[in-house]
Design a protein around this ligand. Sequence first.
Ligand code: FES
Ligand SMILES: [Fe+2]
Length: 459
Amino acid sequence: MAYDLRKIPSQPPRARTYEDYLARDSRPAPANLLDTGTAALETRGLDPRRYTDRSFYERERRMWDQVWQIACREEHLPNVGDHMVYEVGKRSYIVVRASTTEIRAYPNACLHRGRKLRTESGRAAEFRCPFHGFTWSLQGDLTHLPCEWDFPHLNKEDLSLPEVQVDTWAGWVFINPDPAAPPLAEYLDPIREHYAPYLWDQSYMGLHVGKVLHGNWKVIQEAFMESFHSLYTHPQIVGYIDDFGCSYDQWEGKPHVNRMMVPFVAASPYVIDQVSEQEVLEDWLGGRATGSVSLDDCATARERMARINRAAAEEATGANLQAVSDAELVDGWYYNVFPNLMFWGGYGPNMWYRFRPWEDDHEKTFMEVGYIMRHPKNTPKPAPAKMIALDIDQPWSSVEALGSLGGVLDQDTQNMAAVQEGLNATFASAVQLARYQESRIRHMHKTLDLYLGSDSTKT
Ligand code: FES
Ligand SMILES: [Fe+2]
């Protein structure tokens, strides 16, 4: 649907807050959605060189060596010996199901002369270096030392593969190279508690798409940390996504997690006078279903869609979701986990994003988009979707399974490259941020400062 942008005021008159939506929904909202945090709002900008300077990127290596990061899903490792190669910057790790009960992770480097042990993910009974044949068990013990007579100076017992920390949450396998890092449970606070109800033991990766993008990894990620840009970048969606009624949340003393909650199936106050509830519903369904659906006896499109999604989620999970709130079935919640992860909440399907520097280039990023689906309880976990890899010139919209999201991501992609180019061209000393709507970007940079010992206003 097209909207008349000339009618848009700079301060919308019929704005609703996210709390307003929760208060009007057909079921009471759970405590996790009402806990919007206590963080103080700030106004300081950011030094543009954080995105453009190679030296700043080099300093960030220190951060990547200290943070919890996703290596893969548990369903990537169903059998003993299954392993995934996870890479970020110049780092490479092997994450392996070492036994039925344990997952281990090792730096991907032979302890002889350093060759990468594995160049691809796969299944193996042991890790044999292709160069001279040094061999390790899945538990990391050196089991074969070729020409052992020529290494009288080496003790096999001392040549176990060094391990990095591994933990799991919600079906994800995380690693942390830093042995002194806090436990994952503490790092993820409060997302673990907030996401506890959502049947993650029944989750699996149902769609996985990756694409190379022009732009520093923070430029790319920040494109998804506010809805403020929707009106001018994605004007086609503001008839059914309320870009203004979002909640941007941070919690005191919790540097690794922040949140944006976006009301879906509700018109932006900028265009609300131009659209009926029936049109909101049809517009929302336009990219997702054929045929028209009526409001039935529901007062709002949002309530109607919650009813449809409640039935679909009950069928997918086998669970009784009658008491579950509309927001948990309809809205987009984006929890960012520092430094580069984004998880959607609710009963799904849930999206997931990850952003990594591409080929160690500080101005290119590999972005992944996934759909986390649910399977019925006590049924075998489906195999994870194989990643569809797009090159830098391939549009997201070439992936049919992304539906209307593909076009939205292509609009974002155009901004990203132009932002990176503008940041290289700017004479400004600071990137300016909105106090509230862009507060999560500032929060992320402040956490980065904690790891780098830097000040985000002065690189
Ligand atoms: S480098 Fe691995 S066996 Fe020689
Ligand atoms: Fe966007």
